[in-house]
Write a protein that binds this ligand. Structure first.
Ligand code: IPE
Ligand code: IPE
Ligand code: MG
Ligand code: MG
Length: 296
């Protein structure tokens, strides 16, 4: 019987090890390296690298081939959180249970730490030692998937629209677009890059892309819900902030019960979409449910 808790724990351990090695400190770390390490080792769930590994496994590949990819994804994600928390963005003081980067260091350092994590992600993905270790993987395609999802047609577009929609009445279509871009794009790219790294067939990659899109949207609906009714000490970040900033969210637009139903329907669709996969996709099925049941 598949055990998600131990699956997540064992994957987190390997990802954390690779991240730690990628950001080795000597006895006198520079301020920028200290800031990068501070945020990335603060205790994220590592759900995106785990999705990447699970997608590789689902198509019959090895999770270990995706370690550097997962590490790079977590760097992109952590950069996005550091910048998301800046005073000019969401202005949050707590993240992953610790003071945010601009509070612990200062704004300039937080901006630069985000920039440095984003660029390091692509440095790692294009480093010969890693590329040579996995010669058969289509690395260029993976780099393109991640760059596109993180950029102005993906996460950045969503972040722009999220900020611009503060205090405005957006409709459900617009909200779905914002959430799919600001959070869904990188979640979907995590799944897609894992499927490519695992050498999945084109049809499998396409189906997993659909799964990733649905799970990515559900992830942000759950984030909206947790911002209303979550336990801040468990989440390691403040709650009630979306309402304070008049953010466009699912609970604000359709109410709590409808938001929960919508998230559950998205996950059900995601699980249905991968029905053709065998038991090797069980982790993906379990993670889809975890995404909306999580308390942090
Ligand atoms: C939080 O992401 C921000 C969103 C994109 C919704 P996570 O909930 O994955 O945060 P960590 O990485 O576990 O801190
Ligand atoms: C985060 O969205 C999206 C990105 C960082 C790209 P939110 O602003 O809703 O996430 P939290 O609630 O701060 O984690
Ligand atoms: Mg935000
Ligand atoms: Mg935020």
């Amino acid at each position: 019987m598949f055990n998600l808790t131990s699956y997540i724990k064992s994957k987190q351990d390997v990802v954390n090890k690779v991240i730690d090695e990628a950001l080795q400190v000597d006895t006198h770390p520079t301020r920028i390296l200290e800031a990068m390490r501070y945020s990335i080792t603060a205790g994220g769930k590592r759900i995106r690298p785990i999705l990447c590994m699970a997608a590789a496994e689902a198509v019959g590949g090895n999770a270990s081939d995706t370690l550097e990819i997962g590490c790079a994804i977590e760097m992109i994600h952590t950069y996005s959180l550091i910048h998301d928390d800046l005073p000019a963005m969401d202005n949050d003081a707590l993240r992953r249970g610790k003071p945010t980067s601009h509070v612990r260091f200062d704004e300039a350092t937080a901006i630069l730490a985000g920039d440095a994590l984003l660029t390091l992600a692509f440095q790692i993905l294009s480093t010969p030692t890693y590329l040579n270790k996995n010669r058969s993987i289509d690395h260029l395609r993976i780099i393109q998937i991640l760059a596109k999802a993180a950029g102005y047609q993906g996460m950045i577009a969503g972040q722009m629209d999220d900020i611009q929609s503060e205090g405005k009445a957006v409709d459900l279509d617009e909200l779905r677009k914002i959430h799919s871009l600001k959070t869904g794009a990188l979640v979907q790219a995590s799944v897609l890059s894992g499927a490519v790294a695992g050498a999945g067939a084109e049809q499998e990659i396409e189906i997993l892309g659909r799964y990733g899109r649905l799970v990515g949207l559900a992830f942000q609906v759950a984030d909206d819900i947790l911002n209303v009714q979550g336990d801040p000490s468990r989440m390691g970040k403040a709650v009630g902030t979306d309402a304070e900033r008049e953010k466009s969210t699912y609970p604000a637009l359709m109410g709590m019960q409808a938001s929960e139903d919508y998230a559950a329907a998205l996950v059900q669709k995601a699980v249905q979409s991968i029905a053709m996969f065998d038991a090797k996709a069980d982790p993906l099925r379990a993670i889809a449910n975890y995404v909306i049941e999580r308390k942090r």
